[in-house]
Design a protein around this ligand. Structure first.
Ligand SMILES: [Zn+2]
Length: 205
């Protein structure tokens, strides 16, 4: 089975409790420390087996193989990847069946993570999530005053559109944001705007 490690907690001594997003579900598994085990880390894609024993309430993670990406040795990219993947834990932790959407989305993002500013990949992926969950607010109407937005637009949590003067946050060119919303493309946004969208997303998916 394959999956992404989206949460890790230290249990007793060097043991770990690991939450893995697979193509079907979220699995929380126990990993016993062993010197011969390969190192695992948050955000890693792994191939693994689940060992269910009657004695323990939590199944064991076994036979782990790290499926590396070409960018995994780039500290900065790995750091942002770990931030990005941990957002999925808080978003999905109460779901049992997640379906393949989120796994496939991470696969797609991972394959593009080294090709451009990874925050662009994350922001574009987030639009796909909002769309998939029926939460993408395309209508340019302000969250606060409910009036239409002309000219610059800013977004608040869940990328809800708002007037810059109502949200007290800097605005973005509306056409550039519409391009992002309609075509999941950050092409017309500059890096500063992408940075801001990244921070809004990091508040929670
Ligand atoms: Zn307003």
């Amino acid at each position: 089975m394959q999956g992404y490690i989206i949460n890790m907690n230290r249990a007793r001594e060097e043991d770990l409790v690991v939450t893995i997003l697979t193509q079907k579900s979220l699995d929380t598994l126990y990993r016993f420390y062993g010197a011969r085990h390969g190192m695992i880390n948050l955000g890693f894609k792994i191939d693994f087996e689940i060992n269910t024993s009657l004695k323990s309430t939590i199944a064991q993670l076994r036979d782990v193989i790290h499926m590396g990406f070409p960018w995994v040795t780039d500290r900065n990219r790995l750091y942002h990847w770990q931030q990005f993947t941990s957002l999925f834990y808080y978003h999905l932790k109460d779901s049992e069946e997640t379906g393949e959407f989120y796994f496939d989305l991470l696969d797609n993002a991972a394959s593009r993570w080294h090709l451009q500013n990874p925050k662009r990949v994350a922001v574009e992926s987030y639009i796909k999530i909002l769309e998939h969950e029926g939460r993408l607010h395309r209508e340019m109407r302000c969250f606060f005053c409910e009036k239409p937005i002309q000219g610059e637009v800013s977004v608040i949590r869940s990328y809800f559109p708002a007037h810059p003067h109502c949200s007290h946050t800097p605005g973005t060119d509306q056409n550039a944001l519409v391009e992002l919303f309609e075509n999941q493309s950050s092409f017309f946004l500059d890096d500063r705007e992408v940075e801001r969208l990244w921070f809004v997303m990091a508040e929670g998916l």
